[in-house]
Design a protein around this ligand. Structure first.
Ligand SMILES: Cc1cc2nc3c(=O)[nH]c(=O)nc-3n(C[C@H](O)[C@H](O)[C@H](O)COP(=O)(O)OP(=O)(O)OC[C@H]3O[C@@H](n4cnc5c(N)ncnc54)[C@H](O)[C@@H]3O)c2cc1C
Length: 421
């Protein structure tokens, strides 16, 4: 077990959350993630896959409602407890952590929207679901718009007539949705609901967007085959196709006026989660390395007894501590904050995923040839960490977006209004 924490003021409740989620990460997430990593994408989502056992066990323990308040049956975690739970899950498996995170996202978003009818219809059944059968996903990126989807403030983004791949048109009391989301929608292949970004007003270009909730059993919805990829293979991903899909008018939760602020608010939450999961992955790389160097004998003694190796291990250790402090500070500021400071979440995502990748990379080197072998866990950590630097926005593009806010050439906004300074 690694060192746990630089924060001296953790409560007994914080420590209990950590212990419970760590047990789940070690006993459920690690073995299932290991098996899924070795399966083909089709096998991962096929009936009888251990993926469904993961959902069942996670929901059974109530971890699908980790972000929900106690009055709705959630655990009522403080922001710090949420981050502790996320870090432990990231230690267990980054990919499965994301799978569970996106599963809750549409229902969490509905709660924030305050639409009582839709909360009753969708969020409450999700919270009551103990078998893992109700699962959400988040469809924002498109075949022709990857990084583009967060490029507010760039001239092309609000160019009149610039088309998104998924558009919605009003028809009486309904919206009609047409188009295709990218193959990167996490959890899409097994999802029952999608929080979907659509273009509503072409005269505003990509800025004329909207966000809606779409049950994926509606006529006209099709799913693509699960994507094959390098890392986070335990996270299933796939395209979503919408052929004249009709949703009631009230399912459009956000229109163009609030679109930009909404995307920033989503980034502020999603990117702090990424930071905490990445901290867990960085810590897993430290843990694996530490036990390896205590055991492996070269030069007549265990590797850890060599001076240079102590330095290398310390580098892994300090990266974990840096990552945790960054993720926790940004999350403490922005989780549960209606006017978040998005630049801190962006800083956490970019920094923590870079630190996790550095740790996973060094862990492979510390293991030597065994680090390349699939017999040991560090090569998976390395592949998973690599994916995280693209996930939820390429790090360069997120950094550029953060730079616009920090450089004050673009305002920080939240749900359509300026955030408090
Ligand atoms: C593991 C994983 C999970 C994901 N989960 C989801 C999900 O749940 N839902 C969803 O909708 N999407 C998801 N995505 C998609 C993800 O958000 C996109 O992959 C990401 O935004 C990058 O888009 P892209 O892959 O199209 O790359 P591109 O945007 O094509 O970028 C390619 C390269 O060009 C650079 N670049 C891009 N634009 C510019 C520019 N304007 N100026 C200079 N350089 C630029 C980038 O930095 C990058 O290096 C996921 C991706 C991954 C890897």
């Amino acid at each position: 077990m690694s060192y746990f924490d630089l924060s001296p003021d953790l409560t007994w409740e914080d420590l209990a959350v950590r212990a419970a989620v760590h047990k789940f990460a070690a006993e459920v997430m690690r073995p299932i993630a290991h098996d899924l990593d070795r399966m083909s994408p089709d096998e991962v989502v096929a009936e009888g896959s251990p993926l469904y056992d993961f959902y069942r066990q996670a929901y059974g323990l109530g971890y699908h409602k980790a972000f929900f308040p106690a009055e709705l049956g959630g655990p009522g975690f403080s922001p710090r407890q949420k981050l502790i739970a996320l870090e432990e899950m990231g230690w267990g498996s980054f990919g499965l952590s994301v799978a569970l995170g996106v599963a809750s996202f549409p229902f969490y978003f509905l709660l924030a929207s305050g639409n009582e009818t839709l909360i009753q219809r969708y969020t409450l059944p999700y919270l009551a679901c103990a078998d893992g059968s109700i699962r959400g996903c988040w469809g924002i990126t498109e075949p022709n718009h990857g990084s583009d989807v967060i490029q507010f403030g760039e001239a092309f983004f609000s160019e009149p007539g610039r088309k998104a791949d998924v558009r919605a048109f009003r028809d009486g009391e309904e919206w009609v949705i047409r188009g295709q989301k990218s193959a990167w929608v996490s959890g899409a292949t097994v999802a029952t609901h999608c929080l979907l970004h659509v273009q509503l007003d072409e005269s505003k270009g990509l800025a004329g967007g909207g966000v809606c909730i779409v049950p994926l059993d509606l006529p006209g919805v099709k799913k693509g085959r699960p994507l094959d990829k390098l890392g986070q293979r335990d996270l299933n991903q796939g395209e979503l196709f919408f052929d004249e899909v009709r949703i009631p008018a009230d399912h459009m939760l956000v229109g163009p006026d609030q679109y930009e602020g909404t995307v920033q608010a989503i980034l502020a939450v999603a990117n702090t989660c990424m930071g905490a999961w990445a901290t867990g992955l960085a810590r897993a790389a430290l843990d694996e390395s530490l036990s390896w160097v205590k055991d492996r004998v070269q030069g007549g003694k265990p590797l850890i007894e060599h001076y240079s190796m102590k330095q290398r291990i310390f580098t892994l250790f300090r990266r974990v501590e840096l990552s945790r402090q960054m993720a926790r500070a940004a999350g403490g500021l922005n989780l549960d904050n209606p006017t978040p400071f998005v630049e801190y979440s962006l800083a956490a995502k970019v920094s923590c995923t870079e630190l996790a990748f550095a740790n996973a990379h060094d862990a492979v080197q510390i293991f030597g040839g065994s680090g390349l072998s699939r017999e040991y866990p560090v090569e998976k950590l390395f592949r998973d960490a690599r994916a995280a630097m693209i996930e939820d926005g390429n790090n360069e593009v997120l950094a550029r977006k953060g730079g616009l806010v920090v450089g004050e050439t673009y305002p920080r906004v939240s749900r359509g209004r300026p955030a408090a300074d």
